[in-house]
Design a protein around this ligand. Sequence first.
Ligand SMILES: *Cc1c(COP(=O)(O)O)cnc(C)c1O
Length: 343
Amino acid sequence: MTQIDLRSDTVTRPSPEMRQKMAEAEVGDDVYGEDPTVNRLQEMAAELLGFEAGLFVPSGSMGNQVAIWSHTESGQEVIVEKQSHVYNYELGTMSAFSGVTPRPIPSEDGTLDVEEIKKEINPDKYYLPETGLITLENTHNNQGGKVYPYEGIREVIDFADERDLPVHLDGARLFNASVASGTKPSKIVEGFSSVMFCLSKGLGAPVGSMLVGSEEFIEKALVGRKRFGGGMRQVGILAAAGIYALENNVERLAEDHENAEKLWKELKELGFELNPDPVETNIFFARTDSIGVNAKDLADFLKDKGIVIGPRNEREIRFVTHLDVTEDDIDQAIAGIKDYLAG
Ligand SMILES: *Cc1c(COP(=O)(O)O)cnc(C)c1O
C-alpha cells in the first residue's frame, strides 16, 4: 500500500524524470570546482535570486551554519527569532563551530519587529558582546509556514544597512513564500547578505540546499563548507536533481498550497484549532485537544489506513503537503479523520 505521508515535505522522492536527469549528469570533482553540473546549478541559483554567486551544500542546516560562520567572528552575537530553525533545530552549532551566541527574540508569528531587534543590539561598549548578524526565516516552519510580510523584511534590512550589519535569510521554503505571495523570489531576498534555500523539501530533490551571496561571501563560504565537512566530489548527480527541481517544481508549489487549504478548511469545520489561521502555504498545525482528541491515537488510527501524520505530542499535529500528495490523497485523509471522529 502506498502511503499518504503528511508529516513533512522532506519525505518527497525523486520522480522518474528527475532520476533520468541524475543518471545523465556530467560530473567532475567539485572540490576542484570541476563539476560542470554543480557549477551550472550554482550559477542558476545565484541568477534566480539576483546574487553574484552560489554554493551547493549538503543540507539546509549546513547552509545556515556556514553562512553564520562566514558572516561572524567568534564572541559575537547572532539575532534569531525564538522559534526559528537556526536556534531550535541546529544543535547549538553556531556556538559549537562559530563561537557565537544566539540572542533569541520572541515574536507572535515568526516575524521580528524591527523595534525589538533595535532593543537587543548592545551599545558600542568594549565590555558588551557585539552583534554580528541578524537571521530571518521565510516561510516560518514553526509558525506553520507563515510568509514573512514583505514590508517587515524591508524594515529589518533598512535598519541593518544603517548599522552595517549583515542579514541572512533561512529561506528553506523561500519558493513557497514566493508562490503564495505572488512575489518574485529575487524581490523577496533583495538586500539580504546571504540566502539559504532547500532543494530537498517541496522542490522534490533527494538532497541538497543552496547558499547565495556576493562573490566575496561565497569565497569565504567555500572555506566554511570544507571545514564543516561538506566538500563533495562527483556531486553533479545531485546537482542535476536540483536543476530539474528549479526548472519544474517551483510553480507547482501552488498545488501544495491548495491541498493544504482544502485540508485546513475541513479540519476547521470539524472544530480543530488551527495555526496559522488562515493557512498560508503548505504547513499548518492542528490542536486536537480543542475537540477532545488525542493526537497520537488519531495518528495510530490513520496509520492503519496508510495515512501518516506527525503528532508533536498528544495535543498537536503538524500537517504538511508536498509534491507526493495529490488532491485525492487529501480527500482520503479527510475521510480517515472523519471516520475516526465518528467512531
Ligand atoms: C528544513 C529546514 C532547514 C534545513 O534543514 P536540513 O534538514 O538541514 O536540510 C532550515 N531551516 C528551516 C526553516 C527548515 O525548515
